[in-house]
Design a binder for this molecule. Structure first.
Ligand code: UD1
Length: 417
C-alpha cells in the first residue's frame, strides 16, 4: 500500500496551480446523462472520484472520451443499463448523483443506497422526498433505491436541511420535468452554481442561481455544450493553510477567491497577509498564527471541508480556540492523530478545544477520510522529523498530484510503497 513520507523542512515558497473542483466535476459529469448529445468538459481534475464516476457512467453504457489532461467528452445516447451498483457506490457516495438525471431522462433508475461513511450516517432522504414530490414512484428494496416516472412533474420542494448533492440531484431532475419546479432551502455552494450554469448551457431554464430558491422551467430535451469546471476552493484553502502553518509565502494561480470569503477572512484573522485578484491569491505568513474560532455551516459560511485543516493550523497557533462541526456528526477523526503528533486538542461532542502548542513531532499516522488526510499532510510539513501517512488512497480521491504540487513549493514529500 502506498504511503506519503514527509520531512518537515520550513516555510513553503512559490506558486501552485489550482485544479478544477472535485465537487463540481462529479455532478457535472453525471449531468451528461440528461442528453443524448455530447457534453464537453474542461478543467476536470484527474482524481480517483472522477475515475470512479467515469467507470459508473461507462457501466451504464455512456461513451466517455478523455485525453487525461483534464478534458472529457461524454455521450449518453447509448445508455442502456440504468443501474448504479453497490460495488461503485460504496467507494464513492456521490454516485447517488446519477439518480436524478437518469430518472428524468430515461424514466427509471436504480441506485444502491450509499449507507454510512466514516464522517457520519449521511442519509439521502431529501433526494428521495424531492423526486417523489415530482411524481416519481420510489421503492427501496435489497439496499437499492428504485425510482420510476414516465415524466417527472414540476413541484415546489422545501428541503428540510441544506444538502449539496440533494440540491444537485433535484436540480438535474427538474430540468426535464413538465412545468415549473421551485427548490426552496437549496444549497448555494459554488459547485451547485457551477452545475446550474452548465445545465443552462445545455438548454435548461434555471433562475435564482446562487440563491436558496432555484426556479426551473422544465424543457423537453437538453443538448450538447462545453463547460469549464470551476476552480477547487477546498484544494486552494488547503494549500493556503499549509503555507500559513509553515509561515511561508505562496501564490495560487487559476483559483476562485470570490468563492472563498469565509476561509480567507479566517486566515486574515489568524494573521496572514492575503491579496487576491480575479483568479489568483497570495498569502504571506510572517509570524506564528493566532488561534481562530471556527463553526462550520453551509455556504457562504465556513465549509466543513476546511475544518480539519484549520484545526491543524490552530493546533500550532498562539492561544486557545474552539472548532464546532455542525454538518457531520463524526468529523473529528483527525484529533487523535494530531494529538499523537504532539497537539493538545480535547474533543467533546461536536466541539473541539485546541490549545496551541509550539511544535509537532513526526510519527506514523493514519488517514481516515479525505480532508482529515489533508490535515495530516499539513501537520507533517510543520512537524520535526519524519511523518509517514498511511491509507493515502483517501487523499487521491480529492487532491490532484498533491505531492508534486507541494514539492514544487519546497516541501520534502514523497510517495513510497
Ligand atoms: C457534499 C460534498 C462534501 C461536503 C458536503 C457539505 C460533494 C460530492 N460532496 O456532500 O464534500 O462535505 O457537501 O458541504 O459535493 N442530509 C440528510 N438527508 C439528505 C441529505 C443530507 O440528512 O437527504 C444531511 C447529511 O447527513 C449532512 C447534511 O445533511 O449532515 C449535509 O449533507 P450534504 O450537503 O448532503 O452532503 P453531501 O452532498 O453528501
Amino acid at each position: 500500500m502506498e504511503k506519503l513520507k514527509i520531512t518537515g523542512n520550513g516555510p513553503l515558497h512559490g506558486e501552485i496551480v489550482i485544479s478544477g473542483a472535485k465537487n463540481a466535476a462529479l455532478p457535472i459529469l453525471c449531468a451528461s446523462l440528461l442528453t443524448k448529445e455530447t457534453l464537453k468538459l474542461t478543467n476536470v481534475p484527474m482524481l480517483r472520484d472522477v475515475a470512479t464516476t467515469q467507470k459508473l457512467l461507462q457501466g451504464m453504457g455512456a461513451r466517455v472520451m478523455t485525453d487525461n489532461v483534464q478534458e472529457f467528452e461524454l455521450t449518453c445516447g447509448s445508455v442502456n443499463n440504468l443501474v448504479a451498483p453497490y460495488d461503485l457506490v460504496k467507494t464513492m457516495r456521490a454516485s447517488i448523483l446519477v439518480l436524478g438525471p437518469t430518472l428524468a431522462h430515461f424514466g427509471e433508475a436504480t441506485v444502491s443506497l450509499p449507507g454510512g461513511c466514516a464522517i457520519g450516517s449521511r442519509p439521502v432522504d431529501q433526494h428521495i422526498k424531492g423526486l417523489m414530490a415530482m411524481g416519481a414512484e420510489v421503492t427501496i428494496d435489497h439496499g437499492y433505491v428504485h425510482a420510476k416516472a414516465a415524466r417527472l412533474q414540476g413541484a415546489r420542494i422545501i428541503m428540510d436541511m441544506v444538502t449539496v448533492t440533494g440540491t444537485e440531484n433535484l436540480l438535474m431532475a427538474a430540468t426535464l420535468a413538465k412545468g415549473q419546479t421551485v427548490l426552496e432551502n437549496a444549497a448555494t455552494e459554488p459547485e451547485v452554481t457551477d452545475l446550474a450554469h452548465c445545465l443552462n448551457a445545455m438548454g435548461a431554464k434555471i433562475t435564482g442561481i446562487g440563491t436558496p430558491t432555484l426556479v426551473i422551467e422544465g424543457v423537453d430535451s437538453l443538448h450538447s455544450a462545453t463547460h469549464s469546471i470551476v476552480p477547487d476552493r477546498i484544494e486552494a484553502g488547503t494549500f493556503l493553510c499549509a503555507a500559513a502553518a509553515t509561515r511561508g509565502k505562496i501564490i495560487l494561480r487559476k483559483a476562485a477567491p470570490k468563492t472563498m470569503d469565509a476561509v480567507l477572512d479566517k486566515l486574515v484573522e489568524a494573521g496572514a497577509i492575503i491579496e487576491a485578484g480575479e483568479d489568483w491569491i497570495s498569502l504571506d505568513m510572517p509570524k506564528r498564527a493566532h488561534a481562530v474560532n471556527i463553526r462550520t455551516l453551509p455556504y457562504p459560511a465556513f465549509p466543513t471541508d476546511m475544518q480539519a485543516q484549520f484545526m491543524m493550523l490552530n493546533s500550532i497557533a498562539e492561544g486557545t480556540s474552539t472548532v464546532t462541526e455542525t454538518i457531520f456528526e463524526n468529523r473529528f477523526m483527525h484529533v487523535p492523530e494530531l494529538n499523537r503528533m504532539g497537539a493538545h486538542i480535547e474533543a467533546e461532542g461536536n466541539t473541539a478545544i485546541i490549545h496551541g502548542v509550539e511544535k509537532l513531532s513526526g510519527t506514523t499516522v493514519m488517514a481516515t477520510d479525505l480532508r482529515a488526510s489533508a490535515c495530516l499532510v499539513m501537520a507533517g510539513l510543520v512537524a520535526q522529523g519524519e511523518t509517514i501517512i498511511e491509507r493515502i488512497y483517501h487523499l487521491d480521491r480529492g487532491y490532484e498530484h498533491i505531492e508534486t504540487k507541494l514539492g514544487g513549493v519546497g516541501a520534502q514529500i514523497e510517495r513510497v510503497q
